[in-house]
Ligand binder design. Structure first.
Ligand code: NAG
Ligand code: NAG
Ligand code: NAG
Ligand code: NAG
Ligand code: NAG
Ligand code: NAG
Ligand code: NAG
Length: 442
C-alpha cells in the first residue's frame, strides 16, 4: 500500500513540475474553453459543464498514465509529442459529449446501406436520411437562387441547424410548408428509425396522406417539435447526404464549437457508379445508352463534362480530407464502398471506432442480417443484397466503351482511390481479375 501511495505522490509532484515547465494543463484547458465559448442555444452551457469536467478528468488521467508509464521515463516528453497529445486530448474531451456524424456520399455509392450502420445503432442515435433533398428541390426549381455558391452555404446552415436539433432552417424548404411545425411531407421519414419512435409518433389523422409514412407503426404527420425533442434527448446525431459535393465548404460547420463532427466520405469506382445510375435513373441516361450503341462518345458533351466535374469533386474532397488540415484532424475518414461490401463488419467496426461511438449489438446484428442474406434484391434502392456479389455486378452491365470514357475522364480520381484500369473487355468481365487495389487511407 505504501508503495502505491508513494507512486501516486511522485506522479503528482512530477505533474506539477511538468505543468510549470510547459503549461500543458493550462493549454489543454484553454483549448477546451476555446471550443466551448460562443454559444447561443440555451441547452449548451449545461451540456458542456459536464463535458468539461469529464474532459479535464480524462486529460489528467492521460497525462498521469503517460508519466507513470512502465519505467517512469518522462524525460522524452518532447514538444512534438505534446502537440500530438493535445490534438488527441481535444478529441478526447468530447468523449462524454455528443458526436455528430456526417456521411458524405454521392448517389449509387451504397450510402443508404452505410447510413443504416448508424441508423440501426439503437436508442442513443438520431439519424436523418437525406434532409437536404428538400433544399435542393426547392432551390433548383426556383431558377433565381440556382447559384452554386449560395446553395453550398444553405446546405451548410441547414446541416448545422439539424445537428443542433433545430428543424426551423429545414422547415423553410419543406413544401408544402409545415403547419404549426407539423408536416406530412418529410422526405423518407420512414428511413429514420428515430422519426418513427413512439414518442415522435402522433395520432393518425384521417384523410391526411403521408407519402413516406412510418412502416413500423401507424403514425400521423410528423410533428417537428417532437422530432426536435427526440433529437435533443439522443446522445449522437448522424446525417447522410449525397448533396454536399466539396468537403472544404464544410469548414465552418466542422469548426462550430457546439459540434463535434466526424465526416465519413464514401466513394465508389466511378465506372460502377455510372453503370448503376444507368439502371436506376434509366431515362436520364438515355444519351449514354445511345452512345454505347454507336460506340462513339462525344467527349465535349455536357453529360461527359458533368461526369468529370463529379469525379473531380470526389477527388478534391478526398485530397482535402487526406491532407489532414488542422480543422479536419481526426475528423475525416475515407471509405470505399467495395471494402464495405467485402468486409462489412470490419469496416463498420472501423467507422464506429473512428467516430468514438460504441459499436452496438443492434447495429452488429443488422449488418449480419443484411450482408449474409441469399434473398433476391427486392428493389433498386434495397439495401438487402449479397453485398460482395453486388459490388462486382456492374462489370457485366457497363458497355466497355463507356468504361473507357470513365477511365479517361476520371483517371486521377480512380488512381487516388485505387481502382484499376482495364484495357480490354475480357479483363473487364473476368471475375478472377480484381479491379481493386488494396489500399489504406489515412
Ligand atoms: C451533469 O451531471 C449531473 C450530475 O452528474 C447530472 O445531474 C446532470 O443531468 C448532467 N447534465 C447534463 C446536461 O448532462
Ligand atoms: C529514459 O529515457 C532516456 C532518453 O531516451 C534514456 O537515456 C534513459 O535510459 C531512460 N530511462 C529509463 C529508466 O528507461
Ligand atoms: C527518446 O527520444 C530519443 C530521440 O528522440 C529516442 O531515440 C529514444 O528512443 C526515446 N526514448 C524513449 C524512452 O522514448
Ligand atoms: C452567386 O451568388 C454570389 C453571391 O450572391 C455571387 O457573388 C456570385 O457571382 C454568384 N455566382 C453565379 C455563378 O451567379
Ligand atoms: C407538436 O408537439 C408539441 C410538443 O409535444 C405540442 O406542444 C404541439 O401541440 C404539437 N403540435 C400539434 C399541431 O399537434
Ligand atoms: C455472396 O456472393 C459471393 C460472391 O458471389 C459468394 O461467394 C457468397 O457465397 C455469397 N454469400 C451468400 C451468403 O450468399
Ligand atoms: C481470367 O484471368 C485469369 C487470370 O489472369 C486467366 O488465367 C483466365 O484465363 C482468364 N479467363 C478468361 C475467360 O479470360
Amino acid at each position: 500500500m505504501k508503495i502505491k501511495y508513494a507512486i501516486v505522490f511522485i506522479c503528482i509532484v512530477a505533474l506539477v513540475i511538468i505543468e510549470k515547465e510547459s503549461n500543458i494543463l493550462s493549454r489543454v484547458s484553454d483549448k477546451l474553453i476555446q471550443r466551448q465559448t460562443p454559444q447561443q442555444t440555451p441547452q449548451t452551457p449545461l451540456d458542456y459543464s459536464n463535458t468539461t469536467q469529464k474532459g479535464s478528468l480524462i486529460a489528467l488521467k492521460m497525462l498521469l498514465s503517460k508519466l507513470s508509464g512502465p519505467k517512469g521515463n518522462y524525460s522524452n516528453f518532447s514538444e512534438e509529442q505534446e502537440e500530438e497529445e493535445l490534438d488527441d486530448l481535444s478529441s478526447y474531451s468530447y468523449s462524454g459529449g455528443r458526436k455528430h456524424i456526417l456521411l458524405m456520399a454521392t448517389t449509387r455509392t451504397g450510402s443508404s446501406f452505410v447510413g443504416e450502420f448508424f441508423n440501426q445503432h439503437g436508442e442513443k442515435m438520431f439519424y436523418l436520411f437525406e434532409p437536404l433533398w428538400h433544399v435542393e428541390r426547392m432551390l433548383t426549381t426556383t431558377a433565381k437562387t440556382n447559384n452554386g455558391t449560395v446553395l453550398v452555404g444553405i446546405y451548410r446552415d441547414v446541416l448545422q441547424g439539424l445537428f443542433l436539433c433545430d428543424f426551423s432552417s429545414l422547415e423553410k424548404f419543406i413544401s408544402p410548408p409545415p403547419q404549426d411545425h407539423v408536416t406530412p411531407a418529410l422526405f423518407r421519414r420512414e428511413s429514420s428509425l428515430s422519426l418513427c419512435e413512439e414518442n415522435v409518433c402522433s395520432p393518425v389523422i384521417k384523410d391526411v396522406f403521408e407519402r413516406y409514412h412510418c412502416k413500423t407503426r401507424r403514425c400521423g404527420p410528423l410533428n417537428l417539435t417532437l422530432a426536435s425533442e427526440s433529437c435533443l434527448s439522443k446522445q449522437h446525431h448522424a446525417i447522410k447526404t449525397v448533396r454536399v459535393r466539396q468537403l472544404d465548404t464544410l469548414q465552418p460547420l466542422v469548426e462550430d464549437p457546439r459540434l463535434d463532427i466526424r465526416v465519413i466520405q464514401l466513394v465508389r469506382d466511378p465506372r460502377a457508379i455510372l453503370a448503376s445510375r444507368m439502371v436506376a435513373f434509366s431515362t436520364k441516361y438515355q444519351t449514354w445508352k445511345a452512345w454505347a450503341q454507336d460506340g462513339q462518345v462525344p467527349e465535349d458533351d455536357e453529360e461527359v463534362k458533368r461526369l468529370k466535374v463529379n469525379c473531380d469533386h470526389l477527388r478534391m474532397s478526398a485530397e482535402v480530407g487526406l491532407s489532414q488540415p488542422r480543422w479536419l484532424r481526426h475528423r475525416y475518414m475515407l471509405v470505399r464502398y467495395e471494402d464495405i461490401a467485402r468486409y462489412p463488419m470490419q469496416k463498420a467496426e472501423e467507422m464506429y471506432k473512428f467516430t468514438g461511438i460504441p459499436f452496438s449489438s443492434q447495429a452488429r446484428e443488422w449488418i449480419l442480417r443484411n450482408t449474409q442474406t441469399t434473398q433476391e434484391a427486392s428493389g433498386i434502392y434495397s439495401t438487402q443484397k449479397n453485398s460482395s456479389e453486388q459490388a462486382e455486378k456492374w462489370r457485366f452491365s457497363i458497355p466497355f466503351t463507356l468504361a473507357q470514357v470513365v477511365q479517361r475522364v476520371c483517371g486521377p480520381t480512380m488512381k487516388l482511390f485505387g481502382y484499376r484500369f482495364v484495357d480490354d473487355e475480357k479483363t473487364l468481365t473476368n471475375k478472377s481479375i480484381t479491379l481493386l487495389e488494396d489500399k489504406l487511407f489515412y
